[in-house]
Design a protein around this ligand. Structure first.
Ligand code: NAP
Length: 270
């Protein structure tokens, strides 16, 4: 699709939730390169401002920033009022909380926060923005999932469950909202060298057992699949891993592979 067709189909504005770094930052850069104006949401105002200035200068698009914590239930209302004057044709929900380690080592509050950010906010924002998109007969919604969301994933059990929620939610919406001209896609990423991933895992703890991708490549592959299918896995090695886990291995073996992957990423008990 040419940049101008892309902008007519998914513009004029895109809102990216979780845009200050990593995969979200690259969604911002690549959507701006295709001519979309941006609303960037994340907690760290300075990072957002710096990115917004850079993107606006490089691509000549308008960029607004909203420094908000997506774990706060009121955030949806704040986003709604801050974008009331905009035609948002694309929603990318990228932010996630990942509570790592043994399930019983964390408080129920931590899991509630994980659910707010990973499930409730994308539910509310998709509901809010997809309505007007459907009325216009065009638009796009991208929700980030993970290879951890396709089977039990020890030491990130609840995080994996929230990612399964995004996968099933987005695939269902793909099947119903395409009739209204809205393309829904979920990106089932594997390990990606985002700042968050590097902070969580630590260079010295990781092993070569888990293939890693760069954020920009994940985004390029995801945007190339938008409108073509309900879900995608970026990266050849990840697609092989997904086929192995979901089609070839018995369920208990797949869960054991995920336990090993968590341990080699330094987040599980050894
Ligand atoms: N990295 C991986 O290996 C990997 C693998 C599979 C799937 N994924 C998925 O890819 C997506 C991006 O992952 P990521 O590694 O880049 O890290 P991430 O922490 O999920 O996302 C980073 C972005 O989200 C923002 N964010 C996080 N919590 C927020 C909150 N409470 N309120 C507002 N903004 C928040 C961060 O900015 P602030 O800190 O400034 O708020 C940052 O801009 C996630 O959905 C994740 O599940 C990642």
């Amino acid at each position: 699709m040419s940049d101008s067709s892309f902008a007519s189909r998914y513009g004029p504005w895109a809102l990216i939730a979780g845009a200050s770094e990593g995969i979200g930052e690259h969604f911002a850069r690549q959507l701006a390169a295709r001519g979309l104006h941006l609303v960037l949401v994340a907690r760290r105002a300075e990072l957002l401002e710096a990115l917004a200035g850079e993107i606006a200068k490089e691509h000549g698009v308008e960029v607004r920033t909203l420094a908000l914590d997506l774990s706060a239930p009121d955030t949806t209302r704040q986003i709604q009022s801050a974008t009331a004057d905009l035609e948002v044709g694309m929603l990318v929900y990228n932010a996630a909380v990942s509570v790592l380690g043994s399930f019983l080592d964390h408080t129920i509050e931590e899991y509630r926060t994980e659910q707010e950010v990973n499930c409730r906010r994308p539910l509310e924002l998709t509901h809010h923005f997809a309505g007007p998109m459907g009325a216009r007969g065009r638009g796009g919604v991208v929700l980030m999932s993970s290879l951890a969301g396709s089977q039990g994933s020890p030491f990130i059990s609840h995080y994996g469950a929230t990612k399964a929620w995004n996968l099933v939610f987005a695939e269902g919406l793909w099947g119903e909202l395409s009739e209204r001209g809205i393309d829904v896609l979920t990106c089932r990423a594997g390990a990606t060298r985002t700042p968050k991933y590097l902070r969580d895992t630590g260079e010295e703890k990781r092993s070569s057992f888990v293939p890693e991708m760069e954020s920009a490549d994940v985004v390029t592959e995801a945007l190339a699949e938008l409108g073509k299918r309900p879900s995608m896995v970026p990266g050849r090695a990840n697609r092989l891993a997904a086929a192995l886990l979901q089609r070839l291995l018995p369920r208990r073996a797949a869960v054991n592979v995920m336990a090993r992957a968590s341990r080699s990423a330094g987040v599980g008990q050894s």
